[in-house]
Design a protein around this ligand. Structure first.
Ligand code: GDP
Ligand code: MN
Length: 347
């Protein structure tokens, strides 16, 4: 059974010190919001809900990142949303832009050819996806943190989250948490799977094998093709240590040199998800069934304890069992999978 089903979490060992739950040692964690100044209203909407539903009790800091300077207006109006620390960082130009090995003419041609695909003609979207794939966790403002919770502008949180999510992640040794999964548009990733298979052949030492492996979630035909299943990365709670690890960085470098962030339109969601499914045992991946969440156009609305958590999402709009969702495949991977979030909760 996975550690998540162990309800005897009255004492948890942190290093060599046993601390009872309710301890005051805080997990080193932060919300990370990549945004432009023009996202101000949307960021404030997201923060309002994060504060009301979760953070007013836990006071985790926010880290805002931007490829441009944040305006004083942005800083004032976002800081005013929370009692927690707010940190604002400008992204170094070496982390946002073209690496020297990319042919920018070819990248431009690609954008023209992909104009019919969502964000297919966007240059900035590609820089964003590459940044979220390989750089945000290396921003100096994140050096002090072990875990992150990604927040985007214009999202909704629909239910109270009355336990310390980061503490729960740490107690259970979870490295990655998600709430919505779906299949990617194949037109955005024509060679991502081949490139990933090359990586697996080159670095078998980085893979998790055996019954703990999540790899079979990625394919419906015995690894011939990628089915596109990925965790929707606009919501993520994860371990920065995992992203900073040699195995993750080896994967990112391998993808980056293959050029698909620019010659195709690889998203950070399939990139993170392929890494998670290849490298982390499923015991370290957590489905946040209890968190009601919306990012246009999809919603995860909890079906358990809806009223106790003061949820306000329309339950009929829950995306989990839609044909385009990958939650069914995920559940089928592990017949012992525990869908009831209550057992994960620290009492
Ligand atoms: P979508 O969720 O895939 O539709 O893409 P978004 O437009 O929401 O972008 C994803 C995240 O990156 C959001 O947090 C945006 O605020 C952020 N983002 C996207 N493009 C840029 C950009 O050019 N500059 C900055 N600073 N943030 C960006
Ligand atoms: Mn978004």
């Amino acid at each position: 059974t996975s550690p998540s089903t162990d309800t005897s979490l009255s004492d948890v060992t942190f290093g060599d010190t046993a601390l009872p739950h309710g301890n005051t040692t805080r997990v080193k964690a932060a919300f990370v919001i990549l945004a432009r100044n023009s996202n101000l209203d949307g960021v404030r909407q997201s923060m309002r809900q994060m504060e009301d539903r979760f953070n007013k009790k836990f006071n985790y800091p926010y880290v805002f990142l931007n490829d441009d300077d944040f305006t004083d207006d942005f800083k004032e109006l976002t800081s005013a949303m929370t009692n927690s620390r707010t940190l604002y960082g400008k992204i170094d130009s070496s982390h946002w832009g073209y690496p020297p090995f990319i042919d920018q003419e070819r990248a431009k041609e690609t954008r023209k050819k992909m104009a019919k695909i969502i964000y297919g003609d966007s240059e900035s979207y590609r820089h964003m996806c590459r940044y979220q794939s390989g750089f945000f966790f290396r921003h100096p403002l994140l050096d002090e943190f072990e875990y992150y919770w990604r927040v985007e502008p214009d999202i909704n949180y629909y239910c109270d989250v009355d336990y310390d999510v980061f503490q729960m992640m740490k107690d259970n040794n979870y490295k990655y948490g998600w709430t919505i999964s779906l299949t990617e548009y194949q037109e955005t990733i024509p060679t991502l799977w081949e490139t990933t298979k090359d990586f697996m052949a080159k670095h078998p030492e980085h893979l998790t094998n055996g019954p703990s492996s999540l790899r079979s979630w990625l394919t419906d035909d015995g690894y011939e093709n990628y089915n596109g299943c990925h965790f929707w990365s606009n919501f993520e709670v994860g371990s920065l240590e995992f992203l900073r690890s040699k195995k993750y960085m080896d994967y990112f470098e391998h993808l980056d040199h293959a050029g698909g962030f620019f010659y195709e339109r690889w998203g950070d969601a399939p990139v993170h998800s392929l890494a998670v499914a290849m490298m982390l045992p499923k015991e370290q991946v957590h489905f946040f069934n209890d968190i009601g969440y919306f990012h246009n156009p999809l919603m995860h609305c909890p079906t358990e304890r809806y009223l106790q958590k003061n949820c306000h999402c329309p339950a009929s709009k829950n995306f989990d069992w839609d044909g385009w969702s990958c939650a069914t495949r995920y559940k089928n991977l592990d017949p012992g999978f525990v869908w009831d979030e209550e057992t994960y909760r620290r009492k």
